[in-house]
Ligand binder design. Structure first.
Ligand code: ATP
Length: 220
């Protein structure tokens, strides 16, 4: 296996309007990482999430996936890097309301042309949502939708799961359940985990913590 970290940002800057939201930011995400990035509202967490997820190309600097500079390849190859290495849990889940939970989770596999229902069944069992597979998102609770979103993020066996405010709208009990789920995913499926959040409840549970401020990351 390559020695390159699964994900790295090198001297990345992003300008939004007249503000340099990320300003020469660098970070490496090793394979076994369990990283929390904290920051005040407006600090640039969602921007960093989009940059690390190859959803936004930075104005300068590079984002590398296993040593491949994502900006140096075609859009098609970039999409393949995203699909093969990255799993996303979006702040608002972004599930499709008129698909079932199972169909939502299967969508990335269909997109990749490689449906593996045995793996999906494993995920649904492990995330304790097997009995919700045929329900649609509007009939599920926030925590249940969250777990469906995590199943979808893992559908293509990513190297890294990126989660944007995964607990933002959840009560303390559901927050604990979601964290346990993310951590067990990290351990069971050998997936690096990067969570960006302003939620002060998450702190100590993550061995690697950074504060995002003034466009850069500071280890905590
Ligand atoms: N298209 C844009 N044009 C101008 N400014 C923008 C644009 N998008 C984002 N910003 C600004 O960039 C900064 C960082 O935004 P970002 O959404 O990354 O912050 P955040 O830390 O995720 O905030 P929150 O916790 O409130 O979601 C904010 O000040 C925001 O107003």
């Amino acid at each position: 296996m390559s020695d390159d970290p699964v994900l790295a940002a090198r001297d990345v800057s992003v300008v939004r309007g007249d503000r340099r939201v990320l300003d020469g930011l660098s970070v490496e995400i090793p394979d076994d990482a369990r990283v929390l990035v904290r920051g005040e509202s407006g600090a640039g967490k969602s921007t960093l999430f989009e940059v690390l997820g190859l959803l936004t190309t930075p104005d300068s600097g590079a984002v590398e996936v296993r040593g491949t500079d994502a900006a140096a390849v075609s859009e098609r190859e970039r999409a393949a890097l995203r699909r093969d290495h990255l799993g996303f849990v979006f702040q608002s889940f972004r599930l499709v309301d008129d698909l079932t939970a199972y169909e939502n989770a299967r969508a990335p596999q269909e997109h990749a042309g490689d449906v593996d229902e045995a793996w999906l069944d494993t995920l649904f069992d492990r995330l304790d949502i097997a009995d919700l597979a045929d329900r649609t998102p509007p009939t599920l609770s926030g925590g249940e939708r969250q777990r469906v979103a995590i199943a979808r993020a893992l559908a293509n066996r990513p190297s890294v799961v990126l989660a944007d405010e995964p607990t933002g709208q959840l009560d303390p009990e559901t927050t604990d359940a979601v964290l346990e789920t993310l951590f067990s995913v990290h351990e069971t499926f050998d997936t690096a985990l990067v969570v960006v959040s302003h939620d002060p409840r998450l702190g100590e549970r993550f061995p690697d913590r950074y504060a995002l401020g003034d466009g850069g990351l500071r280890a905590e």
